[in-house]
Structures are given as structure tokens and as C-alpha cells.
Write a protein that binds this ligand. Structure first.
Ligand code: MN
Length: 261
């Protein structure tokens, strides 16, 4: 049904509600939203510019040892994806420690250190060979997870949403353009809590590399500029409590420092 028919149908069905409306809807382009909604953004390192966030895609179980600790078989099955709302990003200025609120409802709040790829081009059915052309740059991110809620929902065969896609569940550092730092395919990825090393792996241990992730994602969704992709976490995820300080590091990017409050 096109828009004209939809409007007509709605008017017929709800004549009383729409009695005060003009018979002709305003032309597209002249209508205004009734209030503004903030565009989520991430600063771009070394510039005064901002990267606008359209969607946050996340890949699950993309390092073999982490897949095993989550109770699944890390054979090279097709990757699976979930999303966080774009306004889940919490930008963290390098060299500072950002306060990150312990979220409601959970008693088992987990860190997951991840490389994030930010796209400035879109596409459908992108090949792995083409995929890195879509990547504008990279950042350090945390896929914060209410693990108890994620597990409980999984056990009940219900959506993970409440475990993964909550407010401020995506602390992230600035985006570093690939034009300046290259494409990050190998190098240390680590997470410390209160100075103690918890996660320690290498980007080259991903089951599906960033190019392959983008290619697979683009078969399921039309990718667009502004999409960002969390590329999965290595093993040894674990809990934090208020007062804990997390330091996430990926070779070639500044450390991400977050204090749970
Ligand atoms: Mn994750």
C-alpha cells in the first residue's frame, strides 16, 4: 500500500480521530518533526569532526576460546549478529576515565573488549575482497553485557535484547581513520580490571575477520554509512562491580578507560 492509500485508509478507519486534519497532508519536505532527537555520534581522532552512528551491529562468539566458554562449538559455522541501539554508545575521551553506570536488573555485569569497525560506505552482498573499502576507521569498544539476563533469556528461547541492548552498553573510544592507521588485522587486544589482566588475545584469532563479517552482514542487511560493527570478544569475559576500573587496549589505538559507578 503506498502512502496516499495508507493515509486514505487510515482516514476512513479513524474519521473521528482525523476530523481535524487537513484533507491534503503537507507535502514531503515541508513537514517538521514535533521534537528533535539527538543523533548519536563518535568523535574522529585528530579532527574536529564527528562520525554519525546509524546502527550498531555486533557479532557473537567470534573467537574460538570465547565460543567454548559460552558453551558452543567454535567450528566455522556462519557468524551470527545482534544489534544495540545507536544511542547505546558512550564516548570515552582518551586519557580520561569515564564513569559508566552499573545498569539496572543485573547481578552479573560482564565486560567484552572488542575491535569496532566504522563504515562510511554501504552495500548489499559485498564480497570479502570489497568489504574493507566500506571501513572508514576503527575504535576500541566494550560490548557490555548483563550476562545473567542474556543467559536467562537464552534458556527460555527468548530474545537477548535485555542482556545486550540497553542504555550505554557500548562504551567506545574515538574512531581512527584507516587512511591514517591502516586496517587492523593483527595485534594485541587486552582488557584489564583494576590493573589485572583479564582478557589477552590477538585480533588474528577472530574466527571471521572484519572483511568476512561485513560481507556476511551485507547478505542479511543493506549496510549504510554510519553503521558500526563490534567484531566479537576473546575469551575470559567476566564480571565487574561498582568501583572497578576497566582498561581496554588494542594495538594501534588509545586505551579505553572506564570506571563502573
Ligand atoms: Mn560481544
Amino acid at each position: 500500500m503506498d502512502r496516499r492509500h495508507w493515509v486514505a485508509g487510515t482516514a476512513a478507519a479513524g474519521a473521528g480521530l482525523l476530523a481535524g486534519c487537513a484533507a491534503t497532508p503537507p507535502a514531503v519536505g515541508t513537514s517538521k518533526t514535533i521534537f528533535p532527537v539527538a543523533q548519536a555520534t563518535i568523535p574522529i581522532a585528530g579532527s574536529g569532526e564527528l562520525f554519525p552512528v546509524r546502527r550498531i551491529y555486533c557479532i557473537g562468539r567470534n573467537y574460538a576460546a570465547h565460543a567454548r566458554e559460552m558453551g558452543s562449538d567454535p567450528t566455522r559455522e556462519p557468524p551470527f549478529f545482534f544489534q544495540k541501539p545507536s544511542d547505546a554508545v558512550q564516548y570515552v575521551v582518551p586519557g580520561t576515565t569515564a564513569d559508566h553506570p552499573y545498569p539496572p536488573l543485573t547481578k552479573n555485569y560482564h565486560y567484552e573488549i572488542e575491535l569496532v569497525a566504522a563504515l562510511h560506505k554501504g552495500g548489499k552482498n559485498v564480497t570479502p575482497e570489497q568489504a574493507l573499502d566500506l571501513v572508514y576507521g576503527y575504535a576500541v569498544g566494550l560490548d557490555m553485557t548483563r550476562r545473567d539476563l542474556q543467559r536467562a533469556m537464552g534458556d527460555e528461547k527468548k530474545p537477548w535484547e535485555i542482556g545486550k541492548s540497553f542504555d550505554r552498553s557500548a562504551p567506545i573510544g574515538p574512531i581512527h581513520p584507516a587512511a591514517r592507521i591502516g586496517h587492523l588485522k593483527a595485534g594485541a587486544i587486552t582488557l584489564k580490571v583494576n590493573g589485572q589482566l583479564k582478557q589477552n588475545a590477538n585480533l588474528d584469532q577472530m574466527i571471521w575477520n572484519v572483511a568476512e563479517q561485513i560481507s556476511k552482514l551485507s547478505q542479511a542487511f543493506e549496510l549504510m554509512p554510519g553503521d558500526i560493527v563490534f567484531s566479537g570478544t576473546p575469551e575470559n569475559v567476566g564480571p565487574v562491580v561498582p568501583g572497578d576500573v576497566m582498561e581496554g587496549a588494542i594495538a594501534g589505538l588509545p586505551t579505553l578507560n572506564v570506571r563502573v559507578v
